[in-house]
Design a protein around this ligand. Structure first.
Ligand SMILES: [Zn+2]
Length: 180
């Protein structure tokens, strides 16, 4: 540890402040000069190679979640690797088949798109199910999980504050569990 080179009193104070500020996870913090906790987001990979014409909408939906929450990050899977989340296009209604938290299959159904629903909102909504959120129908356009109940005029692809907080909590909880 770098603190070894410091005077005893200062080193002790640094160690103590780490313990107070950051808890057990910070023991592995690489720099003694940084008080900011270094805790990585849980990375979930997704494979949109089967999403056909919706691939860019899926990428945008994932990027919106990455902008909106800190505890989890959606990343395109490397080719040849198995993804946590698989995204497919089909002619049915859009839907999600979740597995354990952070895994499952999303169907970008053309039926809703044909009726005029917005593809990026659909993608972000279905990815929301992968992140542990339930449907909140009927609901307003400001809610991502109100889904189609907000009508075809609703193009909001962003989770509201409550939905963001719920996802943070889902993955903060999972992270704490993994450490203990
Ligand atoms: Zn839904």
């Amino acid at each position: 540890m770098r603190v070894r080179g410091l005077t005893g009193g200062l080193a002790a104070a640094l160690v103590m402040s780490f313990a107070l500020l950051d808890g057990p996870a910070a023991v592995a913090a690489p720099s003694a000069g940084t008080a900011t906790p270094v805790v990585a987001a849980r990375v979930l990979t997704y494979d949109a190679s089967g999403a056909a014409e919706f691939k860019s909408a899926v990428d945008r939906g994932a990027a919106i979640w990455n902008e909106s929450v800190d505890a989890v990050e959606l990343r395109p899977v490397a080719s040849g690797q198995r993804a946590d989340i698989r995204v497919l296009a089909d002619d049915g209604w859009p839907r999600a088949v979740p597995g354990p938290l952070g895994t499952g299959t999303v169907y970008m159904g053309r039926q809703a798109v044909d009726q005029g629903y917005y593809t990026i909102r659909i993608a972000a909504h279905e990815l929301g199910h992968m992140l542990g959120l339930p449907d909140r129908k009927p609901g307003p356009c400001s809610s991502l999980m109100s889904g189609a109940s907000a009508g075809t005029a609703c193009t909001n692809p962003y989770p509201n504050a409550g939905e963001q907080a719920e996802v943070e909590e889902n993955f903060e909880g999972a992270r704490t569990g993994a450490l203990m």
